[in-house]
Every structure is written in structure tokens, then in C-alpha cells.
Design a protein around this ligand. Structure first.
Ligand SMILES: NC(=O)C1=CN([C@@H]2O[C@H](COP(=O)(O)OP(=O)(O)OC[C@H]3O[C@@H](n4cnc5c(N)ncnc54)[C@H](OP(=O)(O)O)[C@@H]3O)[C@@H](O)[C@H]2O)C=CC1
Ligand SMILES: O=C(CO)[C@H](O)[C@H](O)COP(=O)(O)O
Length: 465
């Protein structure tokens, strides 16, 4: 019998997604560049193997699919996707649908849609291996009619929040991959802020890794309840089988990255959308990889972190600071999505985006449900101004200020928290300091400025004479 859907790329995500699809009752044909991987996958599929059709040539793969065909690509982003599409298209009929489910740059997805000689969707899938296997969050983009053809499968395999599928069509073109990139940008900032608080606990307050784990575990019962806090607690609490000490203490402090955070920041700059916490997180990852330079710096200037006198900060202050930092980074991410929606004419559904992020994805958290409510009330309002989050910020910004100030005083780098605080302060300063910049620009370049008493932009200072 022909399979309902096909999947190419049985790596970490593809194999988990294929099993998820089979488990939900769909027949799936699979193909992988390395045939041995396909054979192993099928032989290890257990009772799901009967719904999986393993194939070893693209021709057999295509022939195994019910028409019109739907094929998921789960291969590394970039040229590999283009090559896979080029190999596949000549074997397909005009109505056959290709779905790129990897972390593509949305500009590539836009281009692929323009160039496509048949139906094409770009969907963002989040949740890592576990999410792919048991329910990811799915952000779709492309022609709505193409999404509707496979929505029943994607909704069935997606995570559910109180029964509601976390799978939604976000808009035309590369809208799904754009939303996934911003998701990852927020993920970077959220992770960075947690790492910075870990730094304060470790270097400022002298906590060992298991004690840090206990703090995160406790916070996971409160407003910070989230997958990232949960796994941070588990990571901090894990013992290294080789040394018997904390595993965290032997992990190299250089963060990897595959590019989605960087794409978010580059796009934010194009859109002139302020996302300083995400930018700080990407910069921190770049800087973390320069281990030799940091070691040289420590040799020249002495080690930066110095312990804080007892009582300088407490766990509750850190928790409040992290709550505020998190709100501010999500506020930035959502305002960037709103800016893109307008710039690209996409009508991105902001409340729906918060809803599909409530379960399945890496940034899933309790707070996203409140964000969905706030964005439903007013999608155009910056989240930090929504009463629920404004109350959190009013109650907690002093704590954020204390943490950032004490971190700075004790040489502990906390760039994402600091940039979150600067964003908060800038966003509540009605009379800022850009009047000086406008004066400077006019002085050296006659660029003109608006006056408070006359808003035409072609005013000049007396230096113009
Ligand atoms: N890992 C994660 O947590 C997440 C990953 N993603 C995205 O999903 C996609 C897949 O990631 P992941 O599963 O982690 O990657 P893996 O490295 O685990 O798997 C890559 C897959 O692509 C195949 N492949 C690699 N190169 C080629 C090629 N040149 N031609 C054909 N097939 C090739 C591999 O086949 P072979 O066995 O022959 O090497 C393998 O099946 C990426 O875009 C990634 O960014 C999205 C969300 C989460
Ligand atoms: O998309 C993901 C999670 O949502 C992937 O795990 C991605 O690889 C994470 O990004 P990076 O590797 O740059 O940390």
C-alpha cells in the first residue's frame, strides 16, 4: 500500500519525526543518503516498522508514496536542501509537495518558493529529538492550500497544549522559517540569561554545580517554570561518570551555534527592530569560542570574577531579575516579529505564535500562556506594557538592576541581563539622549534635525552658516 507521506534524512530529527508520524497511524516512506542508516532505522522501529517503508533509491522512495505526494526534507540547511530538491523534482508530478522542515534561512525559503516548479512549504520544527519524537512545535510557511493538504498529519504529530495542537500556518513564503529563527533567537537569549545567573551563583556566590541545580529546580516551580530552566537544573545536577564530580565543571565553556541566532540578529538589523538581548546572546556565544584570547586576557588583567561578600545578593533577587530579563527578551522577539509582519506583508499571527510555543518547543514555558493572553488582548502592544508583565517588571526591575550592578562590580559578565535592563530603561525614558546625536549629525554632515517646537526635519544649528 502507498505511504501517506515521505521523509528524507534519517538523522537526529528526521528519524524521530518519522517514528512520530508512524506512531500517529500514518504510513511513511523513508530515504536516507546512507542506505545503512535506513536499514538500521527500519530494523529498530519495533512495532512501528509495519508502517514504515524503507527505500534505498529516490526512485523507489517516490514510487512508494500516495499521489499527490508529500515529502518532508530533514537535512542540514543550505546547499544540501537545494541539491536534494534538484534531485527530487524531476521524479515528481506537478502537484507533489516538498516540505523543508530543517532550520532554513527564510530568505532561502523565499527563493525556493519563487523558483519552485511544484508545491513547496517551509516549516520550522522545534523541540529537539524528544520533541520530534513525541510532539514538536511546528511553524508553517508557504501557500495556505499546500499547508492544508498536510495539516492533519502535522497537527497529529505536534505537541498539544491542553488538547490544542501546537502546529500553525504562520503565513506566506518563508514566514514559518522566519518565526522559527526568531524562536531560536529568543532561545539564545533565554539560555544566555540562565547561564549568566549561573555565573553569578558560581563565581559571585560560591555555589557548586549541584547547589545551582537545586536553585533552578526550585525556580521551576514558580514564574520561571520552563523547559530551559528544567534542563538547566538537570544539567547542573548531573554527575560526570568519568570523574565523579559535576559534569558541568568539565564541559568546555565555548558555545556552539548553527546560525539561526545570527540570522535573527542580522534580520533584526535590516528591520531596525531592537533585539539587544538576542544580540548580546549571539555576541556572548561568539566571544565564548575565543578561549585562547580570554585566557590571554586573564593573564594580562587578572581573573575577572571576584567573590561577592555574603549577603550581597540572594536567590530571590536573582529569580526576580531572571523573570524580568526573560520578559524583556520575549518582548523584543515579539516586536521583531511584528516589524517583519508589516515589512513583508505577512500578517503574522502573534497570539497564535505564542500559543504554538506553549508546548513542544525548546522555549516552552508557563509564561508563554500569559503572553498568548496579552497578545490576544492587543497584538500591537509591546509585551512589556501588558498589565501582567508590566506588574512583573515594576516589582522586579530593582532586582534586575541589583544583579546587573553587582555582577559588574564583581567582574562577572552578564551582557544579556544588562542589555535587557538598558532596553527597559530606554523604553521608559520619554526624553532620551538622541538629541545629542542629531546635533552631532547636523554639525558634521548638515543632516538636519527636528525641533521640539517645530517637527519639520530640515532644521539646522547655527553652525550651518
Ligand atoms: N537537532 C536539533 O535539535 C534540531 C535540528 N533542526 C534542523 O533539522 C535539520 C536536520 O538536523 P539533524 O537531524 O539534527 O541533523 P543530523 O546531522 O542528525 O542529520 C542530518 C541528516 O541529513 C542527511 N544529510 C547530510 N548531508 C547530506 C547530503 N549532502 N545529502 C543528503 N543528505 C544529507 C544525513 O544523512 P547521512 O546519514 O547520510 O549522513 C542525515 O540523515 C537541520 O536543518 C537542523 O538545523 C531543527 C530543530 C532541532
Ligand atoms: O533549532 C533548534 C532548537 O530549537 C536546534 O537545536 C538548533 O541547532 C539550536 O541552535 P544552535 O545549534 O545554534 O544552538
Amino acid at each position: 500500500m502507498s505511504s501517506d507521506i515521505g521523509l528524507i534524512g534519517l538523522g537526529t530529527m528526521g528519524s524521530a519525526l518519522a517514528l512520530n508520524i508512524a506512531e500517529k497511524g500514518f504510513g511513511i516512506a523513508v530515504y536516507n543518503r546512507t542506505a545503512e542508516v535506513t536499514r538500521d532505522f527500519h530494523s529498530e522501529a519495533g512495532e512501528l516498522a509495519s508502517r514504515v517503508t524503507p527505500t534505498e533509491t529516490l526512485e523507489d522512495f517516490v514510487a512508494a508514496l500516495a499521489k499527490p505526494r508529500a515529502i518532508i526534507l530533514m537535512v542540514p540547511a543550505g546547499e544540501i536542501v537545494d541539491a536534494q530538491i534538484a534531485a527530487l523534482r524531476p521524479l515528481l508530478g506537478p502537484d507533489d509537495l516538498i516540505i523543508d522542515a530543517g532550520n532554513a534561512n527564510f530568505h532561502d525559503t523565499n527563493r525556493r518558493m519563487r523558483e519552485a516548479t511544484g508545491p513547496f512549504l517551509g516549516i520550522g520544527v522545534s523541540g529537539g529529538e524528544e520533541g520530534a519524537r513525541h510532539g514538536p512545535s511546528i511553524m508553517g510557511g508557504g501557500d495556505r492550500a499546500h499547508w492544508d493538504r498536510v495539516a492533519h498529519i502535522l497537527e497529529a504529530i505536534s505537541a498539544k497544549y491542553e488538547g490544542t495542537p501546537c502546529a500553525t500556518w504562520m503565513g506566506e513564503e518563508g514566514a514559518g522559517h522566519f518565526v522559527k529563527a526568531v524562536h531560536n533567537g529568543i532561545e539564545y537569549a533565554d539560555m544566555q540569561m540562565i547561564a549568566e545567573v549561573y555565573g553569578v551563583l558560581r563565581d559571585g556566590m560560591g555555589y557548586d554545580a549541584p547547589a545551582v541545580g537545586t536553585v533552578f529546580d526550585r525556580w521551576n516551580d514558580g514564574a520561571l517554570k520552563s523547559y530551559l530552566i528544567e534542563i538547566s537544573g538537570m544539567v547542573a545536577g548531573t554527575t560526570d561518570p568519568a570523574t565523579g564530580g559535576p559534569l558541568l565543571d568539565v564541559i568546555v565553556d565555548a558555545a556552539g551555534q548553527k546560525g539561526t541566532g545570527r540570522w535573527t540578529v542580522i534580520e533584526a538589523q535590516h528591520l531596525a527592530a531592537p533585539v539587544p538581548a538576542i544580540e548580546a546572546a549571539v555576541v556572548a556565544r561568539n566571544l565564548s569560542s575565543r578561549r585562547e584570547t580570554r585566557a590571554q586576557g586573564e593573564a594580562v588583567f587578572g581573573a575577572a570574577p571576584t567573590p561577592m561578600p555574603p549577603g550581597t545578593l540572594d536567590e530571590d533577587t536573582l529569580e526576580q531579575a531572571l523573570i524580568c530579563g526573560k520578559i524583556l527578551c520575549y518582548a523584543q522577539g515579539f516586536t521583531m516579529i511584528a516589524a517583519a509582519s508589516e515589512a513583508f506583508g505577512w500578517a503574522l499571527p502573534l497570539p497564535e505564535i505564542a500559543r504554538v510555543w506553549r508546548e513542544g518547543c525548546i522555549i516552552r514555558s508557563e509564561m508563554l500562556n500569559d503572553m498568548a493572553d496579552a497578545l490576544t488582548d492587543d497584538p500591537a502592544r509591546n509585551l512589556m506594557f501588558a498589565p501582567y508583565f508590566a506588574d512583573h517588571l515594576k516589582a522586579g526591575h530593582t532586582a534586575l538592576r541589583q544583579v546587573v550592578a553587582q555582577a559588574a562590580l564583581h567582574g562577572i559578565a552578564a551582557p544579556a541581563l544588562a542589555s535587557g535592563l538598558a532596553y527597559f530603561d530606554a523604553m521608559r525614558t520619554a526624553r532620551g539622549t538622541a538629541n545629542m546625536i542629531q546635533g552631532q549629525r547636523d554639525y558634521f554632515g548638515l543632516h538636519g534635525f527636528a525641533r521640539l517646537d517645530d517637527d519639520s526635519t530640515d532644521q539646522h544649528g547655527p553652525w550651518a552658516d
